[in-house]
Design a protein around this ligand. Structure first.
Ligand SMILES: NC(=O)c1ccc[n+]([C@@H]2O[C@H](COP(=O)([O-])OP(=O)(O)OC[C@H]3O[C@@H](n4cnc5c(N)ncnc54)[C@H](O)[C@@H]3O)[C@@H](O)[C@H]2O)c1
Length: 432
């Protein structure tokens, strides 16, 4: 029987618990946790209990974990956006192969640093770009790579974030504020940029972007609206964001688990109401401390003149990404909903629906695929991964360039931007 890959988990929050923890419980012969580091006691203890971790290897900080040296070949970094670098860089230097959640880092300079750390250590640093492992997106990639619509000339890629998901994650929740997390184009759309780069299969040369936080703000409603939905809101019946209606109607699972510290997904109606009265998710969406955009567009030009438009917004009643690729021999339409993937050809008036192998699990099967690919690369002693740090750097810089363009109102040249960042990091780190 195959021996499981031994790993340590840093960050036993939402992602650490599931999918990373859940995978080991479901596939004990593939992955086994030997240590956990997590500052929140409830989360740490629950993870340690479920994974039968020796109490000596249950740590309340990554620093304590690292003080013990390398405990396993692999480390999974599922901490929040702002902790990624501080955990992954020392882990790589200690010799761990690292599977780290996106974004790589919250500044472009730190993204460059983390790539350098991985390459200097000669260890895997795989970033959690789940789309490349989800069968729907793999089908799109393969269809384009097969050449059936000829050479792609232009792409229209939309990330249509559901209005309730926007409210939960980017207005009330963990990614609402840049100081705590990162710009929304990085937090939400580094996946899209990664996928765009992968499908177009050419470096991006220039980016321009526009966008703003227009709706989820104080001025959008009258001053009589209270800070919390539970404080007798006068527009509760007509407001799509009235928290009790939304959170009481949800089945157990995500996003209910975000309501409690120990991430229980089966909270009773009373427990949910108490969380709304006291916690962040009961706040009025027009009275939060959010500052990330609620809609943003980018126009990108790739080597050889391939163009793409990208739209991300948090107002969708019909959620899911939609894409359109126009090539020299046809058009490919793809939607995460029931529409699936369809190719239309110039000649013969033909149309074809592409088959997608359904896979269960989070992110359309992407979570499972991501973890499996990492474990395989660790088993090989440091094999190639599809979303290595170097590959991910390119798409992260596309996000940072778009944000720079949005804020500065100018076109950003990617190659010059990357050169400038490399030089700045070298100078700051005393390597120039
Ligand atoms: N790949 C994806 O599609 C995807 C989806 C959701 C979230 N994410 C990313 O995954 C990461 C985690 O998200 P989440 O929803 O699980 O967040 P979370 O806040 O639920 O979990 C993060 C955990 O890390 C812990 N932590 C913080 N600092 C630590 C440290 N120094 N050492 C050890 N633990 C520490 C926190 O206490 C928390 O429990 C984020 O960066 C997020 O952007 C990726």
């Amino acid at each position: 029987m195959k021996q499981p890959v031994e790993a340590v988990l840093v960050g036993a929050g939402g992602r650490g618990f599931d999918p990373f923890g859940a995978y080991a419980l479901q596939h004990p012969n593939e992955l086994r946790y030997v240590a956990v580091a997590e500052p929140v006691a409830e989360r740490r203890e629950r993870f340690a209990r479920l994974h039968r971790i020796d109490p000596r290897y249950s740590f309340s900080s990554a620093e304590e974990l690292f003080a013990c040296g390398q405990l396993a070949p692999a480390l999974i970094n599922a901490t929040g956006d702002r902790q990624h670098v501080a955990v992954s860089v020392p882990a790589l230097r200690l010799g761990y192969h690292v599977l780290q959640e996106k974004p790589m880092a919250t500044t472009p300079h730190d993204c460059v640093r983390i790539v350098r750390a991985a390459e200097e250590a000669g260890r895997i640093l795989q970033i959690g770009h789940v789309l490349r492992f989800a069968p729907f997106f793999v089908a799109v990639k393969e269809a384009i790579a097969s050449g059936r619509i000829g050479e792609v000339m232009t792409v229209d890629h939309r990330e249509n974030v559901a209005y309730w998901h926007m409210a939960h994650s980017f207005v009330r929740g963990k990614w609402r504020n840049q100081a705590d997390s990162s710009p929304m184009i990085l937090a939400k759309s580094c996946h899209d940029m990664d996928f765009l780069r992968w499908v177009v299969d050419r470096p991006c040369e220039r980016v321009v972007s526009f966008g703003s936080l227009s709706h989820y703000r104080r001025e959008s409603v009258g001053s009589e609206i209270p800070d919390r939905c539970t404080d007798g809101c006068p527009i509760a019946d007509s407001c799509a964001f009235y928290a009790p209606r939304f959170y009481l109607s949800l089945e157990p699972g995500w996003p209910v688990c975000d309501l409690s510290v120990d991430q229980r997904s089966d909270l009773s109606p009373e427990e949910r109401m108490e969380a709304l009265r006291t916690g962040p998710y009961g706040r009025c969406v027009y009275r939060c401390d959010n500052d990330v955009v609620d809609h943003q567009v980018a126009i990108l030009e790739f080597v050889g003149g391939v163009t793409a438009t990208f739209t991300m917004h948090g107002f969708s009643a019909v959620p899911g990404r939609t894409m359109r690729y126009d090539g020299t021999r046809g058009t490919l339409l793809a939607g995460e909903g029931p529409e699936g993937v369809r190719a239309h050809y110039h000649l013969g008036d033909r149309e074809e629906a592409l088959r997608i192998q359904p896979v269960a699990g989070g992110h359309g099967g992407g979570d499972v695929g991501l973890i499996r690919a990492f474990l395989q690369a660790v088993r090989e002693g440091g094999g190639e991964v599809l979303t290595s740090a170097r590959v991910s750097l390119e798409s992260h810089l596309m996000c940072f360039a778009a944000e720079k363009s949005r804020l500065e109102g100018r076109v950003v040249d990617l190659a010059a931007y990357a050169r400038q960042l490399e030089a700045e990091v070298a100078a700051e780190d005393g390597r120039a």
